[in-house]
Write a protein that binds this ligand. Structure first.
Ligand code: NAP
Length: 248
């Protein structure tokens, strides 16, 4: 398998989509640095990997903080002997509000956690990938980064930024055999979507041709494809995984 033995860093992987991505990459033979915001989460991740006999460890990495990124990457490099060769920028948050009521804090928090983080993590990992002339980056965006969504100006602007950043980095590093792609999930069952009201859920489901919410596994499968040799000629693209709710 093409990613066997490669070191993969996944952010926001204590729960939800990130957890399933991290464990799937480990099942495919990667050594997974599976990270989340607190030391307690990192410890729980390590225990889960051990219980399942998977190759990987939990790391504490707050994507909103450059120092935390630097420390985690230094620790990963020390433990595995190489810096991350695969980077999955998955961590993300919502702080929804109508534009008129949105505070600067809600705006800044979401832009920092969902967009600035992708810039910083990519910048921190790209040099070693360029030296090695091999690298895979997958950024988890969102369907609403393309369509827009009332009540989410901060989140949609961040995710649209992630899609544009993905294309720009793909153009910068393609000649070094590094692919950079985004995945735009639709409505996926996770803690993030459990916050929705029944009315909101029904509205989403009514607009999904496959008539069901997606599962984190649907996103993990798309990540597995994009980091595999089967996708070696794909870069700068956004793969929509949304049961047909949006077709581009
Ligand atoms: P989730 O269940 O809320 O999990 C996100 C994880 O990221 C949580 O463990 C969270 O920790 C962690 N996190 C939050 N802030 C962080 C930080 N500063 N540094 C490191 N980790 C942090 O979300 P999800 O649904 O799996 O979403 C994963 C990604 O998919 C996100 O980028 C999201 O925008 C995107 N997405 C999701 C959907 C969906 O329908 N679920 C749709 C489109 C896109 P805490 O729990 O402590 O906050």
């Amino acid at each position: 398998m093409s990613i066997k033995g490669k070191v993969a860093l996944v952010t926001g992987a204590y729960r939800g989509i990130g957890l399933v991505i991290a464990e799937e990459l480990a099942r495919q033979g990667a050594k997974v640095a599976s990270s989340d915001i607190s030391p307690e989460f990192a410890e729980a991740i390590s225990e889960r990997f051990q219980e399942q006999g998977l190759s990987g460890h939990g790391f504490c990495l707050d994507v909103g903080n450059q120092e935390s990124i630097d420390n985690a990457i230094a620790e990963i490099t020390k433990i595995y002997g190489v810096a991350p060769q695969i980077l999955i920028n998955n961590a993300g948050i919502t702080r929804d509000n109508l534009l008129m009521r949105m505070s600067d804090a809600e705006w800044d928090m979401v832009i920092n956690t969902n967009l600035t983080s992708v810039f910083r993590l990519t910048r921190s990992c790209i040099r070693s990938m360029m030296k090695e002339r091999w690298g895979k980056i997958v950024n988890i965006a969102s369907v609403v980064g393309v369509t827009g969504n009332a009540g989410q100006v901060n989140y949609t602007a961040a995710k649209a930024g992630v899609i544009a950043l993905t294309k720009s980095v793909a153009k910068e590093v393609g000649s070094r055999n590094i692919t950079v792609n985004a995945i735009a999930p639709g409505f996926i069952e996770s803690a993030m979507t459990q916050k929705l009201t029944d009315e909101q859920r029904e509205k989403y489901l009514a607009n999904i041709p496959l008539a069901r919410a997606g599962k984190p596994e649907d996103i993990a499968n798309a990540v597995s494809f994009l980091v595999s040799d089967a996708a070696s000629y794909i870069t700068g693209t956004t793969l929509h995984v949304n049961g047909g709710m949006y077709m581009n």
